[in-house]
Ligand binder design. Structure first.
Ligand code: SAM
Length: 288
């Protein structure tokens, strides 16, 4: 089995997102573009690594995270204002705690706060407490806050996209023949919270995984091309009967502590055999 190495990515997202697919986006975008005749759907958008690489003409992008969707709808109209608002702050523990405790008074303030917290929190994780307050600790990454050029460039790619905060089921049900769906849900394995990544106060349950597989199968039957990411695990494989599975291995990168990184096997399920897959990956593709 081939281990995917970090590939230079053409389009770097401006958000750092736990479980982000920047490492996969150069390969996956080539596979998906070859299948796309209609609208591109990404119902678990996060930082949108695959969308940014693909740059589709027509797209419907969604995520359950309202702060994320609000941020994207504001920054694509007012990138400069958002960046200048972020530049008032510094990547220090003191400033982080001040901004995290603040209540924004305008859309630009809210978008700037979102971008700042994303760039300075621990591991690009978005997690809120039961009252909906962001509660991720300071990342101490020393990372540069953001570059105006980069934010203007990336946000312009979202200009014509339809952006909406909603559950994946509503989005997937819209896809029709000729459309492409890329679903990248939080990773879950049956019977455990899997300890991999917690995004939210509400975990993506095994029941959600079953619903996702059901909705994706229905979209496949309507003639959409569907790709779904997950952990390579027998329980998940059992949900995608008569699909194609592409297995890939890599080091997890949520932790900066190299000793605690571990090798994980991930999978992308395809609703039919992809037309465009590099020859070296064909031997990792399995009909299940
Ligand atoms: C693995 S991340 C996606 C990462 C993205 N592919 C990227 O490259 O940045 C999973 C996303 O699913 C979203 N999510 C969790 N539950 C959801 C639901 N029920 N409906 C829609 N989105 C959901 C989370 O907010 C998170 O942004």
């Amino acid at each position: 089995m081939t281990t995917l190495k970090k590939t230079a990515c053409v389009q770097v997202p401006f958000l750092k997102w736990a479980g982000g697919k920047r490492w996969l986006s150069p390969l996956l975008s080539k596979v998906l573009v070859a299948e796309l005749k209609g609208i591109y759907f990404e119902p678990f958008l996060g930082a949108g690594s695959v969308f940014l690489e693909l740059k589709p003409k027509y797209s419907k992008l969604s995520d359950i995270n309202e702060d994320l969707i609000h941020f994207l709808t504001v920054v694509r109209i007012y990138p400069e204002e958002v960046v200048r608002a972020v530049w008032r702050w510094t990547n220090t523990a003191e400033c982080y705690s001040k901004v995290r405790n603040s209540v924004p008074r305008s859309d630009i303030e809210r978008a700037a706060r979102f971008l700042f917290l994303n760039r300075t929190c621990w591991g690009g994780i978005y997690r809120t407490n039961r009252n909906g307050q962001f509660n991720v600790p300071f990342g101490n990454s020393g990372r540069k806050l953001c570059s105006l050029h980069h934010v203007v460039e990336v946000s312009s790619i979202f200009t014509n996209a339809e952006l909406i905060a909603q559950d994946f089921i509503i989005s997937i049900r819209e896809a029709q023949k000729g459309d492409v769906i890329y679903a990248d849900p939080p990773y879950t394995v049956k019977g455990e919270n899997n300890g991999f990544i917690r995004y939210n106060e509400k975990l993506f349950s095994w029941n959600d995984q079953e619903k996702l597989a059901h909705e994706c199968e229905a979209a496949k039957q309507r003639g959409a091309f569907v790709a779904v990411s997950g952990l390579y695990h027998k329980d998940l494989l059992s949900l995608y009967n008569s699909w194609w599975a592409l297995k890939m291995s890599r080091q997890t990168s949520v932790s900066r502590d190299v000793s605690s990184r571990r090798k994980v096997s991930e999978v992308v399920f395809f609703s039919k055999k992809p037309k465009s897959l590099p020859i070296e990956l064909e031997k990792q593709l399995k009909y299940i």
